[in-house]
Write a protein that binds this ligand. Structure first.
Ligand code: GAL
Length: 637
C-alpha cells in the first residue's frame, strides 16, 4: 500500500489580529515546520458586514500573505456564525430547544438547519467565497461550516423544522398517512393521524412520545445536516478542484457522519483529549484522575479509527489541543510530551495531517482561557516546541504505511439514534457500548477498523463485531453469511425492525444461529449479573433460548455467550474484565494474536511497523520492549 507524506498545520484567525503581524505570523508558522493554515470559518461578519455588502479584500490579502510564505490554506465557510444582521433579516431562523424555546444569539451555531431563508443566506456567502477563491493557487482545501452538531445543535424543535419534518414524512411514506400509522403502531393510545400536517415534533408531549415518531425525527434531523452540507459542497465544487472536508467533533453522534462524509473528499475531526476526558469519556473518577493530563488512551484512537472510515480512508485532525482548553469542567495542562504523543497517535492511525488549535491565544471573548501555540503576547507557549519536534521527526523518520486491520467493529449512527430514543436503562448508550467493546479489543493489543453499516465486503477480517446495532438490513445479514471471519452479535443486535418495532420472529432472527432473545432487562449499576468465569454484565442483559454451544454462563445459569459455526451471540453488556476474557479466548481460537496491555499502554499496527504509546507516567516493559513514561515507540514486526 502507498505511503503518504504526513504534515502539520494550525488554525488561524487573521480577522482577529492587526494586519501588520500577519506576515510575521506566517513566517513563524513556516519556521515551525507547519504546512497548513486553516482560516475563515467564523469570519462571516468581517466578510459581509451587511446583507450583500461583501468585503473580501482583507481575505484576499490574508490568503496571499500566508500562501506567499509557503503555507497551504484550508478555507472554511463561515456559516457556523451567522452575524446579527442575518438574524434581524430572518428572526425565525433560530434553532429551538426541546422546551420550545429559541436559542439565543451571542455565541455560535444558533441556526436551524431547516430554515430556508438562512439556507439561502448561507448559500450566498459560500458562493461568494467559492467564486473568488475557487481557483486561488494557495487555497488547497475547503472546510464546510464548523463542527455540525456541536453544542447540541443538530436537533431543532422550531416551526421551520416542524414544516420540513412533515414534508420529509410525506416523502418517506409516499403520501400515505395510513402507511405511517401502521409503521408506527399509532393504534396504540389512539395516536392515529388523518394527515401529515397534524404531526407535531416529538417534544412537549405529556409522557414519552412514540419511539417510532422520535426515531423518525432524529433521522429527519440527520438528513437536514446532510443536505445543508451537500448544498455547500456543490457550490464549492462548481468553482474549485480542491478537496472538501468538514471538521467533526468527538462523541457527537446525532447525525449520520457517514452520510455527510459521502459528499466530502476527506474527513477531519477536532481532538481535545483533556477536555473530552472529563466532559464526555464517561470514565470513572479514578480513571479520570489517573489520565487527567494525558487524556483517555482509547477515546482519541476510537475517533481516529471512526473518522478514517467516515473519510473513506482519508482523514485529518483539523484541531489538536495544544495546551489547556477553556470549556471542560476543569482544564489542566497536558504533561510534557503529550502534544507530541497525541500527534503521533493520529499519524499511526492514518491521519494525513494534524493541525493545532490555535496559533495564538486570543486575549478577548469566549476562548481567552484557551491555549494556542503562542501566548497572547506572541511568545511561544508550551505546545509549540512539541509541534516543532514532530515537524523535525516527520522529515527524519519513515512515513506511515496504511494497512487494513484484522478486526472490524461496526458503527451505525442510526443505531445510536434508536438507543437515544430507547436506552431502556439510565445512562445506557450505543456509543458507550461500542466504545467499551473497542476499549476491550484495544487492551488486547488489537488494531481495529471501524466500519460503516453499508459495509458488505469483509475480506481480510478475522473478527467482525456488531454490538447493539438495533436494525440490521437483510443485505448486511447476507454479506455476513458469506464472510469467513468470526461474527459477534449482541446485545440488542437486530432487536428492532426499520420502524423501531420488535420483529417477529423474535430477535436476532439470524439464519444459522439458533438464538432467540426471549426477555430483556436493564440493570441498576449496583445489581450487575456475575458471569461464571469472571466479570459481569452491567446495565443490560438478555435471556436467550438457544441450542447453540454455550461458551459462558451467567452465575444464575442463563447462557451468556454462545457460538454456532462462525456466529457468536453475547447476551448482555459485558464489563471490561468480561469482554477482555471472552474476546481473548475467541481471538486465540481464531488465530489472532493478543497481548494483555496495561491501561496506559496501547499499540497500533501499520503496514510496516507497530507503534506503541505509553500514556503512563511510569515506564512499562511490554512484549520485550521498554516503553518509557509518556512515550512513542516504533518497533518493526
Ligand atoms: C472546537 C471548535 C473551535 C474552538 C475549540 C476550542 O470545538 O471547533 O472553534 O471553539 O473547540 O477548544
Amino acid at each position: 500500500m502507498s505511503t503518504l507524506k504526513r504534515t502539520l498545520g494550525v488554525c488561524y484567525y487573521p480577522e482577529q489580529w492587526p494586519r501588520e503581524i500577519w506576515k510575521q505570523d506566517a513566517q513563524r508558522m513556516v519556521e515551525a515546520g507547519l504546512t497548513w493554515v486553516r482560516i475563515g470559518e467564523f469570519a462571516w461578519q468581517s466578510l459581509e458586514p451587511a446583507a450583500g455588502d461583501y468585503r473580501l479584500e482583507w481575505l484576499d490579502d490574508a490568503i496571499d500573505v500566508l500562501g506567499r510564505a509557503g503555507l497551504k490554506v484550508v478555507l472554511g465557510t463561515p456559516t457556523a456564525t451567522p452575524p446579527r444582521w442575518v438574524l434581524a433579516k430572518h428572526p425565525d431562523m433560530l434553532a429551538y430547544d426541546d422546551q420550545g424555546r429559541p436559542r439565543g444569539f451571542g455565541s455560535r451555531r444558533h441556526y436551524c438547519f431547516s430554515h430556508d431563508g438562512f439556507r439561502k443566506e448561507a448559500a450566498q456567502i459560500v458562493t461568494q467565497l467559492a467564486q473568488r477563491y475557487g481557483a486561488n493557487p494557495y487555497v488547497a482545501a475547503w472546510q464546510t461550516d464548523n463542527e455540525y452538531g456541536c453544542h447540541d445543535t443538530t436537533i431543532s424543535y422550531s416551526p421551520a423544522a416542524r414544516t420540513a419534518f412533515q414534508q420529509w414524512l410525506r416523502v418517506r411514506y409516499e403520501g400515505d398517512i395510513h402507511a405511517l400509522n401502521t409503521a408506527w403502531g399509532n393504534v396504540f393510545w389512539s395516536m392515529t393521524y388523518d394527515d401529515f400536517d397534524q404531526i407535531d415534533l416529538p417534544n412537549l408531549t405529556v409522557t414519552e412520545p412514540n419511539p417510532a415518531h422520535s426515531l423518525a425525527f432524529r433521522r429527519f434531523s440527520s438528513d437536514q445536516v446532510v443536505s445543508f452540507n451537500r448544498a455547500q459542497v456543490d457550490i464549492i465544487r462548481a468553482h474549485s478542484d480542491a478537496p472538501v472536508t468538514h471538521n467533526y467533533m468527538g462523541r457527537i453522534t446525532d447525525f449520520d457522519h457517514f452520510a455527510v462524509g459521502s459528499d466530502l473528499d476527506f474527513a477531519s475531526w477536532d481532538s481535545y483529549p483533556l477536555g473530552f476526558l472529563e466532559d464526555r469519556s464517561g470514565m470513572d473518577a479514578a480513571h479520570q484522575k489517573h489520565f487527567a493530563r494525558q487524556g483517555d488512551p482509547d477515546f482519541q484512537a476510537f475517533h481516529h479509527d471512526l473518522y478514517r472510515s467516515v473519510g473513506g480512508g482519508r482523514w485529518w485532525v483539523m484541531e489538536q489541543q495544544p495546551g489547556p482548553v477553556n470549556w471542560a469542567p476543569h482544564n489542566p495542562a497536558p504533561l510534557d510530551g503529550m502534544v507530541r504523543l497525541w500527534t503521533w497517535e493520529a499519524f499511526a492511525h492514518g491521519a494525513e495531517a494534524v493541525c493545532y488549535f490555535r496559533w495564538r491565544q486570543a486575549p478577548f471573548a469566549q476562548e481567552q482561557m484557551h491555549a494556542g501555540l503562542l501566548r497572547p503576547d506572541s511568545v511561544a507557549a508550551a505546545g509549540l516546541s512539541e509541534a516543532c519536534e514532530v515537524a523535525r521527526e516527520l522529515s527524519d523518520t519513515p512515513d506511515v504505511v496504511p494497512a487494513q486491520a484484522r478486526v472490524a467493529l461496526m458503527f451505525d449512527y442510526d443505531a445510536d439514534f434508536a438507543w437515544a430514543v430507547q436506552p431502556h436503562g439510565a445512562g445506557l448508550s450505543y456509543f458507550g457500548l461500542v466504545f467499551e467493546t473497542y476499549r476491550a479489543l484495544r487492551s488486547l493489543g488489537l488494531s481495529v477498523d471501524i466500519v460503516p453499516p453499508s459495509k458488505r465486503d469483509f475480506a481480510g477480517y478475522t473478527l467482525i463485531l456488531l454490538p447493539g446495532m438495533l436494525y440490521v438490513p437483510d443485505a448486511l445479514k447476507r454479506a455476513l453469511h458469506l464472510c469467513e471471519g468470526q461474527v459477534v452479535l449482541g446485545p440488542r443486535t437486530g432487536a428492532r425492525n426499520s420502524e423501531m418495532a420488535i420483529p417477529v420472529p423474535l430477535p436476532p432472527d439470524w439464519a444459522g444461529l439458533d438464538v432467540t432473545v426471549a426477555a430483556v432487562e436493564s440493570l441498576r449499576s449496583d445489581t450487575p449479573v456475575a458471569l461464571r468465569g469472571g466479570g459481569y454484565f452491567t446495565g443490560y442483559r438478555e435471556q436467550i433460548e438457544t441450542n447453540a454451544e454455550v461458551l459462558e454462563y451467567c452465575a444464575d445459569g442463563q447462557p451468556a455467550f454462545v457460538r454456532q459455526g462462525n456466529f457468536y451471540y453475547l447476551a448482555g453488556w459485558g464489563d471490561q474484565p468480561a469482554l477482555r476474557r471472552l474476546f481473548d479466548t475467541l481471538c486465540n481460537n481464531a488465530g489472532l494474536e493478543t497481548i494483555s496491555l496495561p491501561d496506559g499502554v496501547r499499540c497500533r499496527d501499520t503496514g510496516a511497523e507497530r507503534f506503541w504509546f505509553n500514556f503512563d507516567t511510569t515506564a512499562h516493559s511490554v512484549a520485550g520492549l521498554d516503553l518509557p513514561a509518556i512515550s512513542v515507540t516504533r518497533s518493526a514486526f
